[in-house]
Design a binder for this molecule. Sequence first.
Ligand code: AVI
Length: 334
Amino acid sequence: MHDRVSGRPSTHAALAFYDDQHPPAGDFLADVLDGFSRTPKQLTPVYFYDAKGSAIFDEITALPEYYVTRTELGILDQIGSELSALAGPGAVVIEPGSGSSVKIRKLLDALSVPAAYVGLDISGEHLESACQEIAADYPDLQVGAICADFTQGLDLKHLTLESGRRIIFFPGSTIGNFEPEGARELLSGFRKAMRPGDAVLIGADRVKNADRLVAAYDDKAGVTARFNLNLIDRINDELGGTIDASALRHKAIWNAEKARIEMHLIAIRDLHFTVSGREFELREGESIHTENSHKFTPESFTSLAKSVGFDVLQAWSDPADLFTLHWLEPAAKA
Ligand code: AVI
């Protein structure tokens, strides 16, 4: 059997095609040493999602305080027929990050005879199992998997399917975890991979009451604290770190000026530790900044989209305006 994406032999019979070019994952040690050498110290959120971190994130999505996932799913439930009309028959759905199978299933179920689903992810194993499940449950759908780092651009040149519109599905407000410049680069990468008539369906969390936002990232049950501290466990387990996690306290802050929730780990006493033999100090009260989750207004999201050549054709929000799903298309040339 041959890989219909790349033309290379496919080793994965249940998938219609599979591009098996595993990209190098980020260098965890180099990134941690670099982040700990900065003032304030910082870590990059991509490392939250090992198997344990991904399982804790699933717990977060079910928390009463974390309205994000529930709200987006509710919007998807409401707009199925509109999405079907916009996408038309035979759509090819492309999902960078291939995340929640519940969301992609809602979208596929809403569309009128979608032709194909293509997942893209840096983690080959996760990607393959997610795509195998879709292939098993949607026998009439062509299912593909491209193992790639989509933050470096969306390389779809091997995707030769001559079907309907391509819909790039990027839910969850993951766009908010990128810095503004990174968000522009990511969307611009999507834009470059698109042909006339293609579209992006993208979720974005809204600016709202600060208390509500902070509660969503500092829940009563302490699940988000565990998620944050799992990064420290990873550093200790995988990089020979000696950080006393019990001396770090999870904190979520609303930074109104930058319209973002920041997650920090604050030292409750002076700490001295090593990572792979390199020595570091953390003074009492000092923070390790672990994540930003940017929030958007309709205006700020539209201006982000416009800055990289998209028009927002449609936007759907829940009744309380907590979250918005947007349908973007390449801007019509003036
Ligand atoms: C994945 N991402 C959209 C989540 C967010 O809301 O920014 C990650 C998260 N971090 C803490 N809670 C959830």
